[in-house]
Design a protein around this ligand. Structure first.
Ligand code: ADP
Ligand code: MG
Length: 299
């Protein structure tokens, strides 16, 4: 998934903790093999290669992930859209990157639209309504993998843990002897410093930002969170932090709110039960879903 995964487990028995951490890493790796768009053998590659020809059965484990992805697409008015695959493929968000040729970009954008994602509940299959479409699960797969690894830890009796997949975190319980875990939120412009810290327990917290994968050309920052309406990087935010019951929901909602921009993004988050968050807008100003969260945050 192109990121570093850290697993922290607290348990009286070091052996139990080590076994559990191993199981969590194995689970993340298993999911990476299935969902990576860069591996030719992955399920996602199979869907992208064959999905326009025939529906690809994905099985009972993964089918709900695709249903959830389509749901976030609908609920965000297309701000979140896993069919951005053809567009994300033509950008390279790394130093030295270049803005794609406008004609190529327009052709790619014509292939985007979650309404073209065909999901068949009885066959549990995924296909495309139109030729040349592609999915990219980059905005939801990490969260989903973290949730599955958390399930593994819980099934092994772990009651205190953190899994952090490059800013996609989920917590079990609290830090031993404390009432919470203290989670630092990366400052979007000051590398290595925090914009805030939050005391959280038994929840997921995910931050999406324009500082993770980007390049600068002619003074403009081009980063990896795309507005599916334009095919270009979304411009309203620097970062979005979302607290939600699952890492999948927090991951998808962070990306959706980022694309929606500070005002619509906050409204989108507020409308979701059990979801809270904070947005750093393009000018660096902070927006919160609720005053209580703002009060609780350590600045
Ligand atoms: P990160 O991976 O840094 O945590 P995100 O969760 O926001 O950030 O995911 C960004 C990735 O998701 C991109 O690299 C791309 O693969 C994909 N993506 C980009 N824009 C969108 C979008 N509007 N909807 C869904 N997926 C997107
Ligand atoms: Mg995301």
């Amino acid at each position: 998934m192109g990121t570093v995964v850290e697993v922290t487990v607290a348990h009286q028995s070091e052996e139990t903790a080590r076994t559990a951490m191993g199981a969590a890493f194995d689970e993340i790796e298993r999911i990476d093999l299935l969902l990576s768009g860069h591996r030719s053998q992955s399920l996602v590659s199979k869907i992208n290669n064959e999905g326009a020809l025939r529906p690809v059965p994905v099985g009972p484990e993964l089918y709900p992930l695709f249903v959830a992805a389509r749901g976030y697409g609908r609920e965000s008015d297309g701000a979140f859209d896993v069919t951005v695959g053809v567009v994300s493929r033509i950008w390279k968000f790394e130093p030295g990157g270049v803005v794609p040729d406008p004609a190529e970009a327009a052709r790619a954008l014509a292939k985007v639209g979650y309404d073209g994602l065909l999901l068949d509940d009885s066959a549990q299959s995924v296909g495309f309504a139109r030729d040349g479409m592609a999915i990219d699960l980059g905005a939801i797969a990490k969260g989903w993998a973290v949730d599955r690894a958390i399930d593994r830890l819980k099934s092994l009796g772990i009651e205190s843990a953190i899994i952090d997949a490059g800013g996609d975190l989920r917590l079990i319980g609290t830090r031993p002897g404390k009432r919470s875990w203290r989670i630092g939120i990366q400052h979007p412009r000051e590398q290595g410093s925090l914009i805030a810290s939050l005391d959280l327990a038994d929840t997921a917290v995910v931050t999406s930002g324009d500082y993770e994968r980007f390049f600068v050309a002619d003074g403009v920052r081009y980063h990896h969170i795309l507005d599916p309406a334009t095919g270009r990087p979304a411009s309203g935010c620097r970062s979005v932090t979302v607290i939600a019951p699952t890492a999948m929901e927090a991951d998808a909602c962070a990306t959706a709110a980022f694309v929606l921009g500070p005002q619509r993004g906050i409204a989108f988050l507020r409308a979701r039960p059990g979801v809270r968050g904070m947005i750093v807008d393009a000018a660096g100003a902070l927006h919160w879903t609720d005053a209580a969260l703002e009060r609780e945050a350590h600045r």
